[in-house]
Design a binder for this molecule. Structure first.
Ligand SMILES: N[C@@H](CCC(=O)N[C@@H](CS)C(=O)NCC(=O)O)C(=O)O
Length: 202
């Protein structure tokens, strides 16, 4: 497999999941400003939307959408520990949180906050929505260590997206349980290794 990623982008979640299950894969860095791969190739030839993550399987097929890729990777592990068995309550909880992160966090940060040309009023509305979602997560994480009880691919995704708050000056100080959760996830060996490879460790 090949993972097309850009450092600290949403692709970090899939990168973490691949390392969590001990998958064999080649990480391929993408320059998202130029939409080129490290060898200068046109990234739009890989991903017509120009987005990371893209996972290329050993049969040559390419797939996108972080939430879908996270489910796929979690299912590669025979134990399915990062997602739960089909039709189980754990499974629906993990998919529920993946969808929440995708639609309520990821796509509120991006594009509204990453793109500097976004109007100030739109940025403010995005920050207000994130504040409400962070408060909800903070209350939940006061009662449990991970979103779906045990650690799952939803946590790899939430960790990846919520940590953007640091880059975008969205304050996390009002959410101590959410901050402690980020620190907890950050200690995992797979997370540390993915971050090291992406050049994110200071
Ligand atoms: N719907 C896609 C969105 C992926 C996405 O927004 N990727 C961003 C990085 S986090 C990207 O590649 N942006 C490049 C661009 O906008 O040109 C998913 O959930 O995977």
């Amino acid at each position: 497999m090949k993972l097309y990623y850009s450092p600290a982008a949403c692709s970090l979640a899939v990168h973490i999941a691949l390392r969590e299950i001990g998958a064999s894969f080649d990480p391929v860095a993408v320059d998202l400003a130029r939409h080129t791969t490290a060898d200068g190739g046109d990234y739009f030839a890989v991903s017509p939307r120009g987005y990371v993550p893209v996972l290329e399987l050993d049969d040559g097929s390419r797939h996108s959408e972080a939430a879908a890729l996270l489910q796929y990777v979690a299912d590669l592990d025979p134990d399915g520990a990062l997602i739960g068995a089909p039709r189980s309550a754990r499974r629906v909880a993990v998919v529920e949180w993946l969808t929440f992160v995708s639609t309520e966090l990821h796509k509120v940060f991006s594009p509204w906050l990453w793109h500097k040309e976004t109007a100030a009023s739109t940025q403010q509305a995005a920050k207000q929505k994130l504040a409400a979602r962070f408060a909800e997560l903070d209350a939940l994480l006061a009662t449990r260590d991970y979103l779906a009880g045990e650690y799952s691919v939803a946590d790899a995704y939430a960790f990846t997206i919520v940590r953007w708050a640091d880059y975008l000056a969205v304050p996390l100080a009002p959410y101590p349980h959410l901050k402690a959760y980020l620190a907890r996830v950050a200690e995992r060996p797979a997370v540390l290794e993915a971050m090291r490879v992406e050049g994110l460790l200071r």
